[in-house]
Design a protein around this ligand. Structure first.
Ligand code: ADP
Ligand code: MG
Length: 730
């Protein structure tokens, strides 16, 4: 029996074993595997505790002299929970996380076995870093890289069965200081935003001393039976199906969205949620998504750095826990053609240490002016740096999703809702006018009665916008489901930091010329609205008219990843990242190189899988089927039947034959195209060749013929699980 039928047979026997286990109260397990400040208090000396807290609050380095004492406390806590090993946990540019476990166990010089964790091991490690992506940085500089503890993200314990490992979140940098990960630049971007935003917030409230960016991601994913997934080499290797005819029933009945969650998946969700709670990931929402077998979960928002760590941890947990349920989680942006793909909306805002959400309209004209300031600066930032923001969400997987009639297009625009669009238009139309304190435009900022109700009401939400204001935060929807949120968050927070810095200069300039503060602010806001209104769009982002309109407005619409990455190395990008202390030009160029490499390798792998599957699975099945039809025709002929008795069989033979010929020819032509691409020297040109000469030139065409064969060939000899099976059997 083929793997496919074996898997189908087994699906029926899969029981949701853990469904009957009572769930513990969430608050009783929440954060139990995290070394929170509260836990630290119980395990650390006064000095060590104080040093840790100032380091977390003020972003200061841990004093080496107390590191040993913190390490001891950490080990005591971890050992109390059965931990034997520790690891620095970091986010190299591979897109996943890296860890190398060391045991606490060690031998003293006299051979005595002891358990130990010293301060040096906590603070810094030197993993053999030469096998991580570095974009040439290490070739040019030093071969070594090191990981350094990030105290702002608390240590945690990963449990795999009875194996327990203490994980220390770290940054990963080259020996000469260039960042080789996502966390180091993210922390810099958040600090840059903090500085610029505090300066601007102080126009309105002198008591603000710290501003943290907040992130609440929404993770979309597919869940399918593991046996069926195992029978799909493309899912295993590329995370998406490269072939598969559309099932009779897809998502047209719209009966999956918010429907009742299937039991097996429900058991899986409860299980990964408990694991997440233990790690302090505040998951809140779970529901079915639009496509069959598609789901979503979302936490309560957190400070960006923590939220990023939590999202990566969650993706890891989901993948592992799914196995226990004989399920497979698909995090890819487009695992199945013809139905919705998966995104990861990044809900983002900023909060002051005085407890104010800077993107929530306030209750008085003054606080509304503060809201309007941050709101308009965000729009201006997105307008001015749309290309860099686009690059931050570009990936091989996301190319399948962006603009695919169910996801935001590759054109970056901002939706603000009718009411605020009108407010902005009102301010804008007064170009040339002078504002004064009694001015209507300022007084009218008493918005609170209308804005919250209007915007928090779902009906005024535009689901087709890549960057939408949703009442008290912006929702960046173009982010792909596999993405490390750090990537878009580095860019978003940096561009806002840069814009706010300029805003402060502009306002101070007018104040120096004699404007009163509020008037100066209004004038700059007005100027920014005029300069960035092109990026505002309230209509249907999925429509063809929008693409035309965007072109007329001169908004970039870069459809493929290799070209989108060009935005990373423009003078504008270099200046942005360098002047804000995020990346120097070497780091930026290295990142560009790594992103391109990553893209082209993914396309290369897909190309190989397409070839392998076509030659090893599709053509053999088609030929086998052809032979059986042929035998039938010959039998009928031998029995003396007229040609009219087997005319349909001949048609089938001909059709199957045609598809076989095209597939075979194209697969070989694609191999040649890959060879040519592989010989291209520049990574950028190579990536572009992979996009245009390999992917665009062959993938869809080969798939078309394979999917036709799927609908012609005898179901019993088709080896790959079909869409209807993967999407509906569970
Ligand atoms: P949706 O209708 O898009 O599902 P929700 O109200 O469920 O919207 O919120 C989605 C996400 O937005 C959640 O993760 C939530 O925590 C997050 N969120 C809410 N407020 C903020 C904020 N101030 N900053 C960042 N994220 C936020
Ligand atoms: Mg949302």
């Amino acid at each position: 029996m083929s793997l496919r039928f074996d898997a189908i047979n087994k699906v029926a026997n899969e029981k949701s074993s853990s469904l009957n286990v009572a769930a513990p109260k969430i608050t009783s397990i929440f954060g139990e595997n995290v070394f929170t400040i509260k836990t630290a208090r119980a395990f650390l000396s006064d000095d060590a505790y104080k040093s840790l807290v100032t380091s977390i609050k003020g972003g200061k380095k841990i004093d080496r002299s107390v590191a040993g004492s913190i390490a001891n406390g950490l080990r005591a806590w971890a050992e109390g929970k059965g931990v034997t090993h520790f690891t620095h946990w970091f986010q190299p540019l591979t897109g996943s996380t890296a860890e190398k476990h060391d045991s606490f166990f060690t031998l003293k010089s006299d051979g005595t076995a002891i358990e130990e964790f010293d301060g040096a091991a906590l603070i810094q490690q030197e993993p053999d870093a030469s096998s991580f992506p570095n974009g040439g940085i290490r070739a040019t500089f030093e071969a070594r890289g090191y990981t350094a503890w990030d105290p702002s993200s608390p240590p945690f314990i990963i449990e795999i069965g009875h194996g327990k490992t203490l994980c220390i979140p770290t940054i990963f940098v080259s020996y000469t200081g260039e960042s080789l990960d996502y966390k180091a630049p993210l922390l810099k971007a958040l600090e840059a935003l903090n500085k610029s935003a505090v300066d601007v917030a102080n126009y309105f409230d002198k008591n603000v001393t710290k501003i943290t960016a907040t992130l609440g991601w929404e993770q979309e994913y597919f869940v399918i039976d593991e046996g069926l997934a195992n029978a799909r080499p493309d899912l295993i290797q590329a995370g998406r199906t490269v072939f598969g005819a559309a099932p009779a029933k897809g998502q047209q009945l719209e009966d999956h969205y918010f429907g009742s969650i299937p039991e097996r998946v429900y058991a899986f969700m409860r299980d990964y949620e408990s694991e997440s709670y233990k790690l302090g990931i505040p998951l809140r929402t779970r529901h079915n998504e639009v496509a069959p077998a598609q789901f979503e979960c979302a936490p309560i928002f957190e400070e960006v750095n923590i939220a990023v760590d939590h999202n990566i941890l969650l993706m890891d947990i989901m993948t592992r826990v799914a196995k226990r349920h004989h399920l497979r989680v698909l995090l890819h942006e487009k695992p199945f053609a013809g139905i919705n793909g998966s995104g990861k909306h990044n809900n983002w805002s900023m909060a002051t240490d005085t407890g104010v959400n800077l993107l929530a309209p306030g209750k008085t004209p003054k606080t509304n002016l503060m809201f309007l300031t941050f709101f308009v600066n965000t729009i201006k930032a997105v307008h001015d740096y749309a290309d860099i923001l686009r690059a931050s969400i570009a990936s091989a997987g996301n190319d399948h999703r962006l603009g695919a009639n169910e996801a935001p297009p590759a054109i970056i625009s901002v939706f603000v809702g009718q009411y605020l669009a009108k407010v902005l238009a009102d301010i804008e139309t007064r170009v040339g006018d002078k504002f004064d304190e009694q001015d209507e435009a300022i007084l009218k900022l008493d918005l609170h009665r209308s804005i919250p109700e209007l915007l928090l009401d779902n009906t005024d939400r535009n689901r087709t916008s890549p960057f939408a204001f949703t009442g008290n935060k912006f929702e960046f929807r173009a982010v792909g489901s596999t993405a490390n949120c750090a990537n878009p968050m580095i860019t978003l927070n940096t561009i806002l930091a840069a814009t706010l810095k300029q805003f402060k200069k502009d306002v101070d300039g007018l104040i120096e010329k004699g404007d009163k503060k509020e008037i100066a602010i209004m004038h700059v806001i007005q100027k920014y609205i005029v300069e960035s209104k092109n990026v505002l769009f309230e209509g249907d982002g999925y429509s063809a008219e929008w693409a035309k309109e965007a072109e007329r407005r001169g908004l970039p619409n870069i459809k493929t990843t290799p070209l989108a990455f060009d935005a990373l190395t423009t003078d504008k990008a270099k200046h942005l990242f360098e002047s804000n202390g995020i990346y120097n030009h070497i780091e930026l160029e290295a990142r560009h190189e790594i992103e391109l490499e990553n893209y082209l390798k993914k396309v290369q792998i897909e190309g190989r899988i397409i070839g392998d599957l076509a030659l090893n699975h599709i053509l053999p099945a088609a030929i086998k089927y052809q032979n059986s039809v042929l035998a039938n025709v010959n039998g009928l002929k031998a029995a003396g039947l007229p040609e009219s008795a087997y005319a349909s069989q001949l048609t089938i033979l001909k059709q199957v034959s045609e598809h076989i010929q095209v597939i075979h020819t194209k697969v070989h032509a694609m191999v040649e195209a890959r060879k040519i691409a592989n010989n291209i020297e520049s990574t950028r040109s190579k990536a572009i060749a992979y996009e245009s000469q390999v992917k665009a030139a062959f993938f869809d065409e080969i798939r078309y013929h394979v999917d036709k064969l799927e609908s012609l060939v005898d179901d019993e000899i088709w080896t790959l699980p079909k869409y209807r099976e993967m999407l509906f059997l569970r």
